[in-house]
Ligand binder design. Structure first.
Ligand SMILES: [Zn+2]
Length: 280
């Protein structure tokens, strides 16, 4: 882990200079469908994050190939396979991509409710007595809805608490894990990354969120956290949570052809708007 961090750190130092020198054109865009293979990501009532993420990612790619012929689309995966995080970063870094767009599906932690379920008889001091029987009901259904976009940066205190508290189910997974900000190496990596790419990442994130809002989705904002998915990439990047898989309505929406098309358009239009702004 330390050595991996060091490599990332050196890469960031090195590319930081190159990135600044190269200037504006956004020629290569990496589209990263979250999870895959035996890593399903968040699980809903009838679907899995990895499949929704892939379907939407491929549609965003199709829109780009059709409408941005002079730009290159690079996928980290196009099928249902698990690509390790480091390899996703390597694909983006090796290609010297200009943007990294990771597409994910949100979820909230489940709740456990203790429910009285009849009674049972037990022996106490030689006597049969009736005691209440309890079962636990696990419920992952949430009312939470809408889209949010993460960018890599040091978490502001209250945001970190909110993210970890509300979405711990999702964010402590190996892919969307938060890094340990008290680790000096991590802090340096994030500071370096922030200096080079945070402003651009926030700009891209805000434009994508704006497109979702235009479609009537709840805009949960752009959140700055130490999310590992973006930490190894030496380019502006965003991690988009396109909706909550454990919200009944949103799960249906994200699995429907119409929903997927709308989401893909929001992401595509956000990227397009960003490119126009950057390239002037
Ligand atoms: Zn995910």
């Amino acid at each position: 882990m330390r050595i991996k961090s060091l490599i990332v750190l050196i890469t960031i130092f090195f590319i930081h200079v190159t990135a600044l020198a190269e200037g504006g054109r956004v020629g290569k865009i990496v589209l990263d469908a979250g999870h895959g293979g035996d890593k399903p990501g968040a699980i809903g009532h009838f679907s899995q994050e990895k499949d929704i993420a892939l379907a939407v990612t491929l549609q965003v790619g199709e829109l780009m190939k059709k409408n941005m012929k002079d730009r290159q689309v690079i996928y980290t995966r196009t099928t249902d396979i698990d690509v390790p995080l480091a390899e996703r970063h390597e694909i983006a870094n090796r290609a010297k991509a200009d943007l990294f767009v990771s597409i994910h599906v949100n979820s909230t932690p489940g709740t456990r409710t203790k429910i009285r379920s009849g009674s049972r008889t037990v022996k106490r001091k030689g006597k049969s007595v009736k005691v209440p029987n309890y079962i636990y009901k696990y419920d992952k259904t949430t009312e939470a809805n809408g889209t949010e976009t993460y960018v890599l940066g040091l978490s502001r205190n209250n945001q970190k608490v909110e993210s970890i508290g509300e979405y711990s189910d999702n964010l402590t997974g190996e892919k969307e894990g938060l890094m340990d900000e008290s680790d000096p190496m991590t802090a340096i990596i994030i500071a370096q990354y922030s200096q080079a790419f945070l402003a651009s990442s926030v700009d891209l994130g805000a434009r994508i969120q704006g497109q979702f809002a235009k479609q009537g989705r709840l805009d949960r904002g752009v959140k700055q956290i130490s999310v590992e998915v973006l930490a190894g990439c030496v380019m502006p990047g965003v991690l988009i949570e396109i909706g909550f898989i454990n919200n009944v309505e949103e799960e249906k929406y994200m699995n429907s052809p119409q929903g997927q098309t709308e989401i893909a358009h929001a992401i595509y239009n956000g990227i397009l708007e960003y490119i126009k702004a950057v390239e002037g």
